[in-house]
Design a protein around this ligand. Structure first.
Ligand code: FES
Length: 108
């Protein structure tokens, strides 16, 4: 049986920023860039650990890429493709979501 989990309202995502979500069995994060939202598993493909070192800090200083805080891998925001660092060519796991009444929701 699938259930719908509400992560947050779209309006709670910082413009050109990110937000992490700690669910029971999963860690996810969302990035908002110009009206677009991308949702990923919070797990670096290099070591399989969470990306951030402080809550909701997932982007590099210029906010151009998702950055892993452990060894500095950089990932494209729209595809989660690693373009620099120890896991070049690997990808973050993208997560499907739907928008229901202005809220980001996932099925699990
Ligand atoms: S754990 Fe992310 S780059 Fe090494």
């Amino acid at each position: 049986m699938t259930t719908t989990t509400l992560l947050c309202q779209l309006s709670e995502l910082p413009e050109h920023g990110a937000k992490g979500f700690d669910l029971d069995a999963r860690k996810l994060f969302a990035v908002k860039r110009q009206k677009e939202v991308f949702l990923y598993e919070n797990r670096c493909p290099h070591k399989g650990i969470p990306l951030e070192w402080m809550p909701d800090i997932f982007l590099d200083a210029e906010k151009q890429f998702i950055q892993c805080s452990t060894h500095g891998a950089l990932f494209t925001i729209d595809q989660g493709q690693c373009i620099a660092g120890p896991c070049v060519g690997a990808r973050l796991q993208q997560v499907d979501f739907t928008i229901i009444d202005g809220a980001i929701c996932i099925q699990n």
